[in-house]
Design a protein around this ligand. Structure first.
Ligand code: SF4
Length: 388
């Protein structure tokens, strides 16, 4: 069982390591082993914070858990999330595993080659592509030689000593791993396409790989488990705690006032970016949609609010309907900490001290405001004037 298996527990080698390990999950659960505590944390953080990283610190250097507990917590977390009996919880869990994995992959890829061979166990891009059967489907673009014509394609590693900025993905995997709901620029008609391959930037390639991880994690969930028997019975109190936590977190209900001038800076920045016609990355668009739904806007209102931005109506509808599922209170917007990790939050004047997530910050600003005119009212009045 090595640290890489623990970092990427959905990889085939990690599954083999679990199968080869002489441990029984029911016995671990019965003994309330550290892997069980970590599994609870994994699911709790996935549902509330959109990450599965341990609060005790980054694995492996700072984490309170060893490689065995970290690795075995993954299959136990899958059982826990199955027992929550909620499709949105499974979606949210898979998205959080994928978001955490892609952060780790990004860090691994940034690790210096020398360090890579010496100390920390890290992955190379080729390893990730091979894991998802994409080695033959993705090629790095060589840097354009000065004065030469079109860039050419090489293996996934690209030119030695330098990370390529663009890659070419075979059209089949591109369509399977990406979605037009991510924004206009993801539509095939808006892409450079040559010889059955689609050109993507390095960041876009990571977005596609994140989707591959998410699919892998979601595969096979939920498990069919008889309630009140065996491992399900042992995990009953953990599942009850998670359900209680979710209902407490969402008890207050949405603030249900749309006052864009009071939106927190992170959300205003995202709206400004979309207003300028720039595409939002999937985490940016998720954060914005989760916020707008979180303050009580309906999918139709969000579509109207985001008209004339880079966000397309179909993508907005898809995301907001999914987020406003009637059990969708399980989708609180990501926390300030998560948004800071994505570079979405800049914590102006240290206002992260005021609230732990953008929704809480907005609720506080609404509560402090003396007079508010709801955007919905203004919008309706403007519509009436135009109609006259
Ligand atoms: S501290 Fe929180 S609310 Fe403020 S900009 Fe950052 S993420 Fe948004």
């Amino acid at each position: 069982m090595d640290a890489l298996d623990a970092k990427y527990p959905f990889f085939a080698t990690a599954r083999e390591a679990v199968a080869d390990a002489a441990v029984s999950l029911p016995e671990l659960v019965a003994a309330d082993a550290p892997a069980v505590e970590r599994a609870r944390e994994r699911v709790e953080r996935a549902l509330l914070d959109g990450t599965v990283a341990s609060e005790s610190g980054a694995f492996p250097a700072e984490s309170a858990y060893d490689a065995q507990a970290e690795l075995l917590s993954y299959p136990i977390a899958r059982i826990l999330v199955s027992l929550l009996d909620s499709d949105p919880a499974i979606e949210k869990y898979a998205a959080a595993e994928a978001a955490t994995a892609i952060d780790r992959i990004r860090e691994d890829l940034a690790t210096d080659d020398e360090l890579r061979s010496m100390s920390t166990p890290t992955l190379a891009l080729e390893d990730v592509l091979a894991e998802f059967d994409l080695a033959d489907a993705i090629r790095a673009e060589s840097p354009r030689p000065s004065g030469a014509g079109a860039a050419t394609a090489t293996g996934a590693g690209g030119a030695p000593g330098r990370d390529p900025e663009h890659y070419w993905i075979a059209v089949g995997p591109y369509l399977r791993l990406t979605s037009p709901s991510w924004g206009e620029s993801w539509r095939l008609v808006n892409r450079a396409l040559a010889d059955g391959e689609v050109r993507v930037s390095r960041e876009e390639l990571l977005d596609a790989l994140e989707a591959a991880v998410e699919d892998r994690v979601r595969e096979g969930l939920p498990f069919e488990l008889a309630a009140g028997e065996g491992i399900a019975a042992e995990l009953e109190s953990g599942v009850a705690d998670l359900k209680r936590l979710l209902s407490e977190r969402t008890y207050a209900g949405p603030v249900d006032v749309v006052a864009p001038e009071l939106f927190p800076p992170c959300m205003r920045n995202l709206i400004d970016k979309a207003d300028r016609g720039t595409d939002l990355s999937p985490p940016e668009s998720f954060a914005l949609m989760a916020f707008l739904v979180g303050i009580g806007m309906t999918p139709d209102e969000v579509v109207a609010f985001c008209a004339d931005t880079s966000l397309d109506a179909e993508g907005i509808r898809y995301q907001t309907e999914y987020l406003s599922d009637d059990r969708g209170t399980q989708y609180p917007p990501p926390t300030c900490e998560t948004l800071a990790n994505y570079g979405i939050c800049h914590n102006e004047e240290d206002h992260m001290q005021v609230a732990a997530d953008p929704l809480a910050y907005y609720e506080q600003r609404v509560a402090d405001a003396e007079e508010i005119t709801d955007w919905r009212e203004r919008n309706a009045n403007a519509g009436e004037v135009e109609g006259e």
